[in-house]
Design a protein around this ligand. Structure first.
Ligand SMILES: [Ca+2]
Ligand SMILES: [Ca+2]
Length: 111
């Protein structure tokens, strides 16, 4: 009987511990709507200048050039990609993904 009780308690413990999957996101999708557009460039600018709060909890999505920080360089990089066929943002792009040590707590767009 005691063995069954221990097994039952172990099952309850294991079932109560949840392991949340890391958020998936796309680099450059700053407003987390699933598209990479000029609006994302504007969102990064507004966030840098503190004009507006971040639209979603995924700072890494605003790091368009993958430098591990969000600066004016990300605005230039993303605008060049969108409007002048510049280089693509580094992964995760164009598909959803994750990154080691990421600063993203919310799935973006269709991820
Ligand atoms: Ca977007
Ligand atoms: Ca950056």
């Amino acid at each position: 009987m005691r063995q069954y009780l221990i097994t039952f308690c172990a099952m309850i413990f294991c079932c109560s511990v949840s392991f949340a999957a890391p958020a998936e996101w796309v680099r450059g999708d700053a407003n987390c709507d699933g598209d990479i557009t000029g609006t994302d460039v504007t969102v990064i600018w507004q966030w840098i200048t503190a004009a507006t709060p971040q639209p979603c909890d995924c700072e890494d999505a605003m790091d368009a050039n993958g430098s591990s920080g969000v600066t004016v360089a990300d605005i230039t990089y993303l605008a060049t990609y969108i409007f002048q066929q510049g280089p693509e943002p580094p992964p995760p792009f164009p598909d959803c993904g994750t990154e080691t040590g990421q600063d993203c707590n919310e799935n973006t767009g269709d991820c």
